[in-house]
Ligand binder design. Structure first.
Ligand SMILES: Nc1ncnc2c1ncn2[C@@H]1O[C@H](COP(=O)(O)OP(=O)(O)O)[C@@H](O)[C@H]1O
Ligand SMILES: [Mg+2]
Length: 235
């Protein structure tokens, strides 16, 4: 566990109306650290990210960022503090070009290393396709736009919701190969993944959610496949 975490989620509960989706979830993340949050469909992974991003109500002190309680503050305030979400399904604007989608991410005008030039350096294929509508791109390229748009806000924390979903393994490897560069800019990353093998390659620590609770947490290198499978599937 990091000594002074960038992000500290403490005993977070989350609800959709009467349905409770998270039960006392606690996670921590240090600056420039990557963690993976894994778990089966419906385990609560997206709910956790949405709560951190300010898209769901949360107790104020259930989420601390940079030492400041931010639970339940509006999403645009969370973004302004330096948390960017790459949402499930990417959420690109279909009527806008690749470059226009990227520029939307820059509207917060936070200072930092990321700008159009750096995004095109990270994902050169996007520079070639910058004038095309985002819908003209392959799934993997669209995911790159979604990640680039999030980085354009110069976040301290990047929340990635299943970036590998529906993509071919070679495309997933290609995207994951960029993570060290992102971490090298002191951006912390939460990777929500069902592709455990990929996630474990880059994440120092993992949390496994099961039915809205943390079923297992620890350093990736200390956890056995059996322990992960048991926590993941609840067997
Ligand atoms: N918008 C919603 N309204 C009601 N229930 C939801 C909503 N989104 C998710 N849930 C429920 O919350 C639980 C956790 O879902 P989710 O966080 O999306 O899981 P995961 O991302 O791990 O697949 C599930 O039981 C799911 O059915
Ligand atoms: Mg999800």
């Amino acid at each position: 566990m990091p000594e002074s975490p960038l992000l500290a989620v403490r005993q977070l509960d989350a609800f959709y109306g009467d349905l409770q989706a998270l039960f006392g979830v606690s996670i921590e993340l240090a600056t420039a650290e990557a963690i993976a949050v894994i778990g089966a469909n419906g385990a609560g992974k997206s709910t956790l990210l949405k709560s951190i991003a300010g898209l769901l109500r949360a107790r104020r002190d259930a989420i601390a960022f940079d030492g400041v309680p931010i639970g339940g503050i509006p999403a645009h305030d969370v973004a302004a503090r330096g948390i960017a979400l790459v949402p499930e399904g990417r959420g690109l604007f279909a009527s806008l070009s690749v470059e226009e989608n990227l520029l939307i991410g820059g509207q917060l005008k936070r200072s930092g290393p990321w700008n159009l030039h750096r995004i095109y350096e990270l994902f050169p294929v996007l520079a070639e396709r910058r004038r095309l509508p985002s819908t003209a791109l392959s799934g993997g390229q669209q995911q790159m736009v979604a990640i680039g748009r999030a980085l354009m806000s110069n976040p301290k924390l990047l929340l990635c919701d299943e970036i590998s979903l529906g993509l071919a393994p070679i495309v997933v490897r290609d995207i994951y190969a960029r993570l060290p560069t992102i971490l090298g800019e002191r951006v912390s990353v939460v990777l929500v993944e069902q592709d455990i093998v990929q996630a474990l390659k880059v994440a120092e620590r993992i949390y496994c959610l099961q039915e809205g609770r943390v079923a297992l947490a620890g350093a990736a290198k200390d956890l056995t496949r059996e322990a992960i499978a048991a926590a993941y599937f609840g067997v």
